[in-house]
Design a protein around this ligand. Structure first.
Ligand SMILES: [Zn+2]
Length: 465
């Protein structure tokens, strides 16, 4: 088999890999590359293969950097099945429609600028029709269920503990009478993360294609990170300010809700409104209720004793309309606003940042990895002057980064993951991580004897496995 690395190579977005087996083509993930607008359009627009020639797609999880280019794949001729867990398929349904909406909206803004420059208008990367044409192609499978997306290739999805429905993709191929196993990690979650099961470690893998987002970071314990967040909330409340959290609508938002719900119930945080200002997050939270089959035992116990942690919560306000969202600007009491997108590049979070960034009483809390050249990265880098909607803002609000709330495995778990099937492993291919992260992880791995071959490929590199 041949493995083509087509995305998330030496960076953290645009996950996409093409597997060729016996004349069949299987795509693992079809994610959006995220970053500077001008660059991303061209990168996402162009596939290095004919989309109509792909037999099937297997999706590791629904995050847009893994699923977000599927409607474009369909727009350009793909008609095969897209395999994913039931929860991932449901989440992808709402996320791809939301993404289509963003692309339609975004291109209007771009075209306004192009008109002024005398340039012809551009079409959106894809539109709602393309997203609607993608959704019926999904085929739901359960964790551990074996299926054959193309003849002679057996695939199973194993729980990755990263977000609801997230999985590692285990590909078994018999070639020349020998079984070869490629284990694609998808995004690896964490031990003891709220709501979800722990990630399943690789077993019997010959080849490991794995992420290394936080290869250079030892996460603090999730409990300590929550304590840090609690202190930030208390400090901001004393100043009479608002806490603004850009968060991925799927995963981080529900984890924060779960924590805040418990903290308020225990009296650790006073009774203040918690606003989830993202229609996507609101819809995703509904799916967290529906797919309780993905929950861990502790969450089941909490539900039995109290309520569904992801969505039922007295102080929580879900805003749906733009008017409700804008009305928050006139509310001057302390509150917590959780809004998407997670890297602050689009969505309602931009309005909240524009409205609150110049007030020193407020705090902006960064809780996830931020791609280079995004507004989120500039905030995380403590820049004083930032542009939002083309206007310059002078930041007075405090910015706090809490790394320990990440949905990704930290360095220790990545090392454990890489070494889990050391007995059988012939090669590890690291993707989905910047060079700094890879180098640090590589340094840790080099302490171990008997390591397999290790690669850190460029985009477009091909491996004969
Ligand atoms: Zn992810």
């Amino acid at each position: 088999m041949k493995l083509h690395i087509l995305g998330a190579a030496r960076t953290v977005t645009g996950s996409m890999h093409l597997l060729e087996v016996d004349g069949h083509k299987l795509l693992l993930d079809c994610g959006l590359f995220q970053g500077k607008r001008e660059e991303t359009y061209a990168v996402n627009q162009h596939f290095s293969f004919d989309p109509a020639s792909i037999d099937a797609v297997v999706l590791s999880h629904s995050h847009i950097d893994h699923s977000g280019n599927l409607p474009n794949l369909v727009k350009q001729g793909f008609r095969g099945p897209i395999y994913a867990t039931d929860a991932s398929a449901d989440l992808a349904d709402i996320m791809l429609k939301d993404s289509a909406h963003i692309h339609e909206w975004d291109v209007q803004y771009v075209n306004k600028k192009r008109r002024k420059q005398g340039l012809p208008p551009m079409p959106p990367l894809y539109n709602m029709q393309d997203a609607l044409a993608t959704v019926p192609l999904f085929r739901s499978v359960w964790y551990g269920q074996r299926f054959e997306p193309v003849p002679g290739v057996g695939v199973r999805l194993m729980d990755a503990g990263h977000i609801l429905g997230s999985s590692a993709v285990v590909v078994d191929v018999v070639e020349d009478g020998a079984l070869k196993r490629l284990w694609f990690s998808g995004d690896i979650g964490r031990y003891d993360a709220p709501i979800l099961e722990d990630p399943v470690l690789p077993q019997g893998a010959d080849y490991l294609l794995m992420e290394c987002t936080y290869g250079d970071k030892a996460h603090e314990h999730i409990e300590d990170a929550f304590e840090e967040l609690r202190q930030v909330i208390l400090r901001t409340m004393r100043r009479g300010g608002k806490v603004i959290i850009p968060a991925f609508a799927v995963g981080r938002t529900q984890m924060l809700t779960y924590y805040l719900s418990q903290a308020i119930e225990r009296g650790e945080i006073p009774d203040i409104p918690v606003v989830i200002d993202s229609p996507l997050a609101t819809n995703a939270s509904e799916l967290y209720r529906k797919h309780s089959e993905c929950f861990d035992e502790e969450t089941w116990r909490f539900i039995a004793e109290h309520r569904n942690p992801a969505i039922d919560f007295e102080n929580i306000i879900y805003t749906r309309s733009v008017d409700e969202s804008k009305a928050l600007n006139d509310y001057h009491e302390p509150m917590i606003i959780i809004s998407a997108s997670g890297m602050a590049e689009s969505g309602r979070i931009q309005h909240h940042l524009a409205n609150n960034i110049e007030d020193g009483r407020n705090t902006i809390v960064i809780i996830s990895w931020q791609a280079p050249d995004t507004l989120g990265r500039r905030l995380a880098d403590q820049e004083r002057k930032v542009r939002i909607f083309g206007e310059e803002y002078y930041r007075k609000a405090e910015v706090v980064t809490i790394g320990g709330l990440s949905a990704h495995a930290g360095q220790d778990l990545l090392v454990e993951y890489a070494l889990a099937s050391k007995e059988t492993l012939k090669k590890i291919i690291f993707v989905h991580g910047e060079e700094k992260a890879y180098s640090a992880l590589r340094g840790r791995l080099d302490d171990h004897a008997g390591l397999p071959e290790i690669a850190y490929p460029q985009k477009g590199e091909v491996f004969a496995l």
